[in-house]
Write a protein that binds this ligand. Structure first.
Ligand SMILES: NC(=O)c1ccc[n+]([C@@H]2O[C@H](COP(=O)([O-])OP(=O)(O)OC[C@H]3O[C@@H](n4cnc5c(N)ncnc54)[C@H](OP(=O)(O)O)[C@@H]3O)[C@@H](O)[C@H]2O)c1
Length: 431
């Protein structure tokens, strides 16, 4: 091989960083053959130089300050796997680009918040930022949209973008346990962080959705316009009713082009059991795209963990080794359009709603009148259990309505005091 080796600096030696070193070393001859040059890690950085990391790292130059990698002339590619949308991770990526190095990152928070500026900097210096690992871990969805689907005008995409939430919802459905209990188990198993807020409140999914929307629709990333709702309030009762009605509850990230603009939403949805995405269970992720000429395509795999995430980072390394350059957001940053954001009033669909009520005459009429007054028409009603003294659930599904009308009706029902707790509602998506 006459080509010079590609020299890598890995900043961050946690789950992903160690995985990258392992994938590169255990498959070094295969990767070198694919790159037609040697790919070698030359330098590493983390906080604690004495931590046992399960690999012999003695051959690599140790940097206690990862920013030093950005100025090291013996490094061609900086792999940022520290994390965080600001601070050292952002400083490192900016500095590496300023010093004309390629960058690879698994950091969705950083790309969702600063991806456009970073892409501009990368274009300016003629380098690239690989971020395949930032969206859905081992599922090559960035590559799929940016390369395999580049001949199609994508109109809609949706997906399960957070394995922790999908694991929790799957376990709740299979075992009937409640959210807190399953979350605790997910933390014990290492599927959920000690602070799971970003995952269960939908922020992590929204970071990934913001990135995919930009690539798929050719518009600037717009994280702030995403309507975000997590899974904390999903109860075993809702999951059971969903099953009875022929649905499963999934936390979905969805982006759609509509006449009113682009809708970006992350929230729990009821999806028909017949839809393939309803069967994506446990820690798996999946993304479905719909575009001109090609129609619907679907991608599924492990969205996190050492092996899958590192495999995506290494795929980006191989692209750099082969000088396979693609615009980071499919079109040059100057061609990215300002996103025209669809107003919430444009959200139309069918809904599931649950009310905890006393089993008395007149209660149902109050609910029906409030819906009627706000132009919401019912499709079906279910009531389980009878008790004169305790709250019993009444569940209904609606015909197509706009979300604002439904919310007005639910607020009126709550004010009328026939319910014991605020009504719950979940959008039904009929994919
Ligand atoms: N874990 C996954 O499955 C996964 C999947 C997709 C994307 N990602 C993304 O990948 C990135 C890394 O995730 P991870 O799970 O590998 O994180 P992690 O296990 O917490 O590892 C973070 C690493 O960064 C190092 N670090 C922290 N502050 C530093 C500093 N100031 N200077 C140098 N090193 C520093 C830590 O050093 P010490 O070890 O010495 O403390 C640690 O090695 C994040 O952006 C995450 O969102 C992770």
């Amino acid at each position: 091989m006459s080509n010079p080796p590609l020299r890598i600096g890995v900043a961050g030696l946690g789950t992903v960083g160690i995985g990258v070193i392992r994938v590169l070393s255990e498959q070094s001859s295969m990767i070198s053959a694919r790159c037609n040059r040697e790919v070698k890690v030359v330098a590493i950085s983390a906080q604690d130089p004495n931590k046992k990391r399960g690999l012999d790292l003695s051959n690599y130059i140790w940097y206690s300050d990862p920013l030093s990698m950005a100025t090291d002339e013996n490094i061609d590619v900086v792999v940022e796997v520290i994390g965080g949308s600001s601070g050292i991770a952002k400083d490192l990526v900016e500095s590496a680009l300023n010093n004309k190095k390629h960058v690879i990152t698994a950091n969705k928070a950083l790309i969702a918040s600063a991806g456009l500026d970073l892409a501009r900097s990368a274009e300016h210096v003629g380098k690239t930022i690989g971020f395949e690992a930032a969206v859905a871990g081992g599922v090559p969805i960035v590559k799929a949209i940016r390369e395999g689907l580049s001949g199609s005008n994508i109109q809609q995409l949706f997906g399960i973008l957070n394995g922790t939430c999908n694991y929790i919802l799957s376990e709740m459905r299979e075992t009937g346990r409640d959210f807190d209990e399953v979350l605790g188990e997910a933390q014990d198993l290492g599927y959920a962080e000690a602070d799971p807020t970003f995952d269960i409140d939908g922020v992590d999914s929204a970071h990934k959705l913001a990135i995919l929307t930009s690539i798929a629709f050719g518009c600037e990333i717009n994280f702030d316009s995403i309507q975000i709702e997590g899974i904390r309030h999903i109860s075993p009762l809702d999951i059971q009713f969903a099953s009875d009605l022929g649905y499963r509850i999934k936390l979905l990230g969805m982006a759609r082009k509509t006449e009113a603009g682009i809708q970006q939403r992350v929230h729990p949805c009821m999806v028909p059991v017949s839809a393939p995405i309803a069967h994506v269970e446990g820690v798996y992720n999946a993304v479905v795209t719909e575009g001109s000429f090609v129609g619907r395509t679907m991608y599924e795999g492990r969205g996190a963990g050492e092996g899958p995430t590192a495999s995506a980072v290494v795929a980006d390394i191989i692209d750099i080794a082969l000088s396979r350059n693609t615009n980071l957001f499919l079109v040059p940053t100057v061609k990215l359009e300002r996103m025209q954001v669809a107003p919430v009033s444009s959200y139309i669909g069918s809904y599931y709603a649950r009310f905890m009520v006393t089993d008395k005459t007149g209660v149902f009429a109050t609910i029906a009148n409030a819906l009627n007054d706000n132009g919401v028409s019912m499709e079906s009603v279910l009531q389980r259990g009878r008790s004169k003294n305790e709250a019993v659930p009444v569940v209904l599904t609606t015909h197509e309505t706009d979300e604002a009308s439904l919310i007005r009706a639910l607020e009126a029902i709550e004010r009328s005091k026939v319910v014991f707790e605020p009504p719950r509602f979940v959008k039904i998506e009929s994919f």
